[in-house]
Design a protein around this ligand. Structure first.
Ligand code: NAD
Length: 246
């Protein structure tokens, strides 16, 4: 929707990933002045299109449109972003079809690195519906002891210092410094912040944090590609479910 430059990059990367995986993708680049009715009509069309197993509306959308209505309109079994309340509810009870892509990517990184979350102090910084909250839930399902920090947390540094596992999803460049990281902690940086000089940095100050961490993800090249990989996984899963039901 519209011409957000970051969205353009994300959509292009997702299209490339689809091509790489052998998934056919259809792009509907809608102008910023698209009406609510037009957008709803498109979603309805895709909901009923048997060639389509997954639907993704790249957020943010222009201010005059209702993001919540868009998320609610996507058929839950085609909601490969896992933003629909039905899918969010399933994540809460640990009985899910789709996992939200970014938190799922973080869990995959942790698993593939041989890190066991069970019993660990996990601190998630950020409480958004798309990253922070589901991230905390997945860490909890993996038996972590989870704390969620946010903009009103009183002593962020002290809370982060307790953590065996830190997941930063804030959107503030290099907010988390090395002196806030416990020796040997695992540090996952979800943040993607574009500085004035166009440089892309995370929410963690990589150099200082890397000196303390036992494992740390870089930005770019850490969580970002995992998010797209998990989107592909969800789409394949949706296709399998749909083909079983045909
Ligand atoms: P958001 O703006 O919706 O949420 C940010 C959260 O951070 C809020 O809950 C807020 O309470 C908290 N916060 C803000 N300032 C804080 C502070 N000073 N101390 C502690 N907490 C603070 O953002 P989001 O959509 O969750 O995204 C967070 C970051 O992750 C952004 O940089 C975004 O670009 C990035 N992101 C990356 C991916 C990926 O694939 N790598 C996917 C989604 C988001």
């Amino acid at each position: 929707m519209g011409d957000d430059p970051a969205s353009r990059i994300y959509v292009n990367n997702k299209k490339k990933a689809c091509e790489y995986c052998g998934i056919e993708s259809f792009e509907y680049a809608m102008p910023a002045e698209t009406t609510h009715e037009e957008l709803m009509a498109l979603i309805e069309k895709l909901n009923n299109d048997d060639r389509v197993d997954g639907i993704l509306c790249q957020l943010p959308i222009p201010k005059h449109l209702d993001e919540k209505a868009v998320i609610n309109a996507i058929r839950p079994d085609k909601d490969v972003d896992a933003f629909h309340p039905a899918n969010v509810g399933k994540i809460m009870i640990g009985d899910y079809d789709f996992l939200p892509c970014t938190p799922a990517g973080v869990m995959e990184l942790i698993k593939e690195s041989g890190i066991d979350i069970s019993g660990k102090e996990c601190v998630v910084i950020g409480r958004s519906n798309i990253v922070g909250k589901p991230m905390a839930m997945l860490l909890l399902h993996a038996h972590g002891t989870v704390t969620i920090c946010h903009s009103r947390t009183k002593d962020l540094a002290e809370t982060v210092r307790r953590a065996d596992v830190v997941v930063a999803a804030v959107g503030v460049p290099e907010l988390i410094k090395g002196d806030m990281i416990k020796e040997g902690a695992v540090v996952i940086d979800v943040g993607m912040n574009r500085l004035a000089d166009k440089k892309l940095v995370g929410d963690v100050e990589f150099e200082s944090a890397a000196k303390k961490a036992s494992a740390i993800t870089p930005v770019p090249g850490g969580v970002g590609p995992m998010t797209i990989a998990m989107l592909m996984k969800n789409t394949v899963k949706a296709a399998l479910v749909h083909s079983e039901n045909k």
